[in-house]
Structure formats: structure tokens, C-alpha cells
Design a protein around this ligand. Structure first.
Ligand code: AMP
Ligand code: MG
Length: 333
């Protein structure tokens, strides 16, 4: 990993690394972000690995302008108004994903919504222009550490886990972006930041609530307010064989997986059999997780039987999500 001062050459280098699936720490006006190509699920999986996050929380996807956002999410009238006033800037909007949204489902952690933002920092903007892909970027610190506002902080926290750190001094705002949820019936601020609920309420001429308090037990982070994705049919974990009528979510080879009462997994139709990674690669498995759960979540199946995933590295975050999926639909986390 190298810290490089941002200039035309290093910005192009960063963009090339991002396009190729690399991880680049880049300056934004809020805090330094840990960026990856949002279209590349395996690159996004590397973000969670580098941060050592034991959970897949949804990530903010950065785009160069409103029109680029409109290609990813359904921009309603309120969204166009707030974006028109506060973008580029420290405001993140949560909106329904478009049907044809090309961003990895890992960025949404399986939810039907996506968080998008147009950053104001000239270096972040230049990287977005050069990379020509949306960039997923949470704060560039290991899980549990504070958000970095200097390249040195990012380097101390993430070390060799990233391919490059693009340095441009201290961040102006030094605080994470305001997260505004415009996907529900009423606008709600999920995370306070530089743009206040009052400013948004004045612009939209309506009430904007703060939903940063616990809805159930005390949450430890804003991400815990999320409703998480859970399939509509039961999920059975650590399956070593299949029960009749179940669909299979495999990990590694399912060659020897049998169906109780007769038959083998390999004879199931494609619609009832997915493999997170035939080679037992955890990056590939993370990138496939939410899409495959969605694909197998069909009332024709009695349940989704999931083969064991090792509890190491990204496997911990994968198992965390699978456990939540198995615990039942519509639960808050
Ligand atoms: P970070 O990317 O680490 O700066 O944090 C992103 C924040 O945005 C998290 O606290 C999430 O709770 C929130 N967020 C991102 N995407 C969504 C979404 N689709 N729905 C609700 N909250 C989201
Ligand atoms: Mg953070």
C-alpha cells in the first residue's frame, strides 16, 4: 500500500485500480472513504474484509452527478429538490433501487433501496469522472475505529488491506454525511450530519423526523436501525443433506449432497440450486449472497437449505446475514 498525493497522474492511477477491482482510499469532504467499484460484487466484498466488519451493512454509493444517480435509483420529486440544493455535498439519499440498477446487491445488503451521494471534494469528483463507475465507499477505518479525516489515520487503521491511499490533506467537514431516507412515506434522517433535518424540512415544506433512536432495543450503530432482508420462506442453516422440496444454497462442491428419501442435489433444477462459490471462495460467496437468496426465495420451495460456510474472514459476515435470514422475516436488527 502506498500513500500518494493526489494529482492528475495519481487520480488516473486510482481510477484504473478501482476499475480493475482494487481498493482505494480517497478523500471526500466528509471523511476519507474506502472506495471500490460498486458494480463489482467481489470488489465490494473486499471493503468488508479490509474493514474487518463482522456484518454486511449497506454502503453509500458515490456518483458524479444527479443524472448518474438517476441511473441507479428512482429519483422522486423530493429527491430531485434536495439533490438540487445540497449536491454536491454531505447529504446521502436512500431511495428505491431502479429495476435495472447495475450496482452489486451487496451495496444494498439485500434491501430494495440504495444510498447515493454526489461528493463535493474535487479529488473525489475527479476520481469518479476518470473511473466512470459508481464507487461504494464507507469510512476508511477498521470496524470499531473512528472515521479518518487524514490520510495518515486511514493508513494506520487499514494498513496493507488497501491498494492505494490518495492523499489530499485534512477533510473539510470531518463528519459523516447526513443520511436522509426518502424511500418511505415520510422523509426521515437516519444519521445526523452537516445538513440538518430543519434545512431539509424547510426546503420540502414538510416534517422531517430523526429516526436515529432505537425502535426496539438500544442500537449500537445507525446501521442497526435497518430492517434487514429476510426471505419469505424458511432458511435452514448448516445443511448436510436436503429435505424433499427444499432449494439448495451450496458453498463449495455439492457433489455428495443427497436428498433424504432418495435423489441428489445435482438433479435439482437450476431454479432450486445455487452455489455461492463452487471453489469455496469467500469473496465470490459474499458477492453472490443476496442475489442468490433472492433467486431461491420462491413459494414453490419449502425452504432454503444452506451448506455450512466457514466462520473466518468474510465468512463471519456471511454467517451473520444467514443467521438473520434464518431467524425470520421483517425482523429489525
Ligand atoms: P458508511 O457507508 O459507513 O458511511 O455508512 C452508511 C450509513 O448509511 C449506514 O449507517 C447505514 O445505516 C446507512 N444506509 C446506507 N444504505 C442504506 C439503506 N439502503 N437503507 C438504510 N440505511 C442505509
Ligand atoms: Mg464508518
Amino acid at each position: 500500500m502506498q500513500i500518494k498525493t493526489a494529482n492528475a497522474d495519481t487520480i488516473n492511477e486510482a481510477a484504473a485500480l478501482l476499475k480493475a477491482g482494487g481498493l482505494v482510499v480517497l478523500p471526500t469532504e466528509t471523511v476519507y472513504g474506502l472506495g471500490a467499484n460498486a458494480l463489482d460484487g467481489q470488489a465490494v466484498a473486499r471493503i468488508f474484509e479490509a474493514k474487518g466488519r463482522p456484518q454486511f451493512n449497506p454502503l453509500i454509493v458515490h456518483v458524479p452527478d444527479i443524472e448518474a444517480a438517476a441511473a441507479l435509483v428512482e429519483l422522486n420529486e423530493d429527491a430531485r429538490r434536495v439533490a438540487g440544493k445540497f449536491w454536491p455535498g454531505p447529504l446521502t439519499l436512500i431511495l428505491p433501487r431502479r429495476e435495472d440498477c447495475p450496482v452489486s446487491e451487496l451495496c444494498s445488503a439485500g434491501l430494495p433501496t440504495l444510498a447515493v451521494r454526489v461528493p463535493a471534494h474535487p479529488v473525489a469528483r475527479a476520481v469518479l469522472q476518470a473511473a466512470e463507475v459508481p464507487i461504494a465507499a464507507p469510512s476508511a477505518n477498521r470496524s470499531g475505529h473512528i472515521s479518518p479525516t487524514t490520510p495518515k489515520h486511514a493508513a494506520q487503521s487499514l494498513g496493507e488491506a488497501v491498494d492505494m491511499i490518495l492523499a489530499a490533506g485534512v477533510c473539510d467537514v470531518g463528519l459523516e454525511s447526513t443520511v436522509l431516507d426518502l424511500s418511505g412515506p415520510r422523509p426521515a434522517v437516519l444519521r445526523p450530519g452537516a445538513v440538518s433535518a430543519e434545512e431539509i424540512a424547510a426546503l420540502l415544506d414538510c416534517d422531517v423526523s430523526y429516526e436515529t433512536e432505537a425502535k426496539d432495543n438500544a442500537p449500537k450503530s445507525p446501521g442497526q436501525l435497518l430492517r434487514h432482508y429476510a426471505p419469505g420462506i424458511p432458511v435452514r442453516l448448516n445443511a448436510v443433506d436436503l429435505h424433499p422440496g427444499e432449494a439448495l444454497l451450496a458453498f463449495g462442491s455439492d457433489k455428495f449432497m443427497g436428498i433424504k428419501g432418495g435423489g441428489a442435489a445435482k438433479d435439482l433444477p437450476d431454479s432450486a440450486r445455487c452455489n455461492l462459490s463452487e471453489t469455496a471462495d469467500l469473496h465470490e460467496a459474499a458477492a453472490n449472497l443476496f442475489r442468490m437468496l433472492h433467486d431461491l426465495d420462491h413459494p414453490d420451495h419449502k425452504a432454503i437449505a444452506v451448506m455450512p460456510v466457514p466462520e473466518q474472514g468474510l465468512g463471519r459476515a456471511i454467517n451473520d446475514r444467514l443467521k438473520r435470514a434464518a431467524a425470520g422475516a421483517g425482523e429489525t436488527i
